[in-house]
Write a protein that binds this ligand. Structure first.
Ligand SMILES: [Zn+2]
Length: 434
């Protein structure tokens, strides 16, 4: 038989292909990454905010090169870019997978000691370096889904950093799988690791031209199967109260104290609605975050949140009316009211490209999981990326108890995240031709 005529079998269009992610390998990867301190710092003002984040970036570049990804590189800001070359003839969109390398400033990230608990039995786990830190299925019912599997915790003195090193590990393991299994057919895949997500600066220095991707997925979500395609839309509002100043000894019927007017504005906000402490699910809110000043002049800052952009604007108008109503009672006093855009609900962009979320849901199903679609009462790097021209929903990694000493993750979930990434690469190749 002529070898050239021998049919070459590929896994393209083969929906039932089993993707075997090596659990030991992904667990080891994850534990390697969390030991490196990559805490970001909101006060630093530099990019990256902490130089130590580059220690992980460098390791990731080395490991990417080891698995055969030759163009892996770290830029001066600590971002890692890498390409898994296409092995399809089809002309299909370039897909990017993105996770952040930094950990939150909320708890220490120095000397993280990951502990592997094999074959979790469903009981409480007291963390050895501070036994008052107890991980319990009563507080984290999701722990029960991990019985019989392996989980990883920190040791009691630090956070674990599953947020978002589980995403990093899942992308790295999926990349290693794709490089090792050329029979799995996919288009061009871009990998992006970002610093400073936890301080809201993860997208600041992304070079979109260099990234050159059409669609993206962040791996920065919680329970296995969850797919987040909606975030808040967010504005910030500032009210400056201009009082009327006069010598306090001779101020009768003249002085208007800006601090008192400011306090009255806060008091005029409705007590039983319209605030973070009185809303949930799809309800928006207005939330004062700073109040300072002197008798002459006071500044009030608010954040405004809603899933609906029209309602968001309405919240701003209502806040302005409330403030004007108050200040109108004071002769000579005035307010300056300004609103600035912070970020917008990614859903508006994702709805224009429905296949991005549909393919993700299908990939989750092929990994053997049910999809839970969720709305985030906050923002993600994905909401900013979506408005920077890169539609980007958020995928699960399994991370739990994030930003705390009780942070933990199940290895089965993390492996499912890697499996979902591989399926997604295949689905784009099967279905999206341009
Ligand atoms: Zn995160």
């Amino acid at each position: 038989m002529e070898l050239t005529n021998f049919p070459i079998f590929t896994f393209s269009n083969c929906q039932l292909m089993e993707i075997e992610i090596n659990k030991e390998s992904i667990a080891n990867r994850f534990m390697r990454y969390v030991r490196i301190d990559t805490q970001s710092d909101p006060k630093s003002g530099t990019h990256p905010s902490t130089e130590k984040q580059k220690n992980l970036s460098k390791i990731l570049v080395d490991e990417l090169k080891e698995i055969g990804i030759t163009d892996a590189e770290m830029d001066v800001y600590g971002y890692v870019y890498a390409t898994i070359p296409a092995n399809t003839e089809k002309n299909i969109p370039v897909i990017c997978f993105c996770s952040h390398i930094d950990t939150a400033p909320d708890a220490s990230g120095t000397n993280v000691k990951p502990i592997l608990h094999k074959n979790y039995n469903g009981e409480d786990i007291a963390l050895p370096d501070d036994v008052s830190q107890v991980l319990s299925p009563v507080v984290y019912p999701y722990l029960k889904t991990q019985i019989g599997g392996d989980i990883i915790t920190a040791s009691g003195l630090t956070l674990l950093g599953a947020d978002d090193k589980s995403g990093v590990a899942a992308i790295m393991e999926a990349a290693a799988f794709l490089m090792k299994n050329p029979a799995v057919i996919h288009g061009k895949i871009r990998i992006l690791f970002t610093p400073d997500e936890e301080i809201g600066e993860g997208t600041y220095k992304i070079d979109m031209k260099k990234l050159a991707a059409d669609f993206a997925y962040t791996l920065d979500g919680g329970e296995a199967g969850s797919l987040e395609d909606e975030t808040f839309s967010a504005d910030g509002a500032t009210i400056i109260v201009n009082g009327v100043i006069s010598h306090p000894g001779y101020a009768k019927n003249k002085l208007v104290n800006a601090l008192k007017v400011g306090a009255e504005i806060l008091h005029a906000l409705p007590p039983n609605e319209w605030s973070p402490e009185t809303t949930e699910k799809k309800e928006g809110f207005v939330h004062p975050v700073r109040f300072e000043g002197i008798a002459e002049r006071a500044t009030l800052e608010f954040i405004i949140r809603d899933f609906d952009d029209e309602k968001l604007k309405e919240h701003g108008r209502r806040l302005k009316e409330i403030a004007e109503d108050v200040v109108n009672h004071y002769k000579g006093a005035s307010i300056d009211f300004t609103i600035r855009e912070q970020y917008r609900n990614m859903k508006r962009i994702l709805d224009q490209h429905p296949q991005v979320v549909q393919f993700a849901a299908e990939a989750i199903n092929r990994a053997g999981l049910d999809v839970t679609t969720e709305s985030i009462r906050g923002g993600t790097d994905g909401s900013r990326l979506s408005y920077m021209g890169l539609p980007c929903p958020n995928l699960f990694t399994g991370m739990q108890g994030i930003h705390s000493k009780l942070e933990w993750i199940g290895i089965n979930d993390m492996a499912k995240a890697a499996e979902t990434v591989v399926h997604l690469c295949m689905i784009w190749e099967e279905k999206a031709e341009i």
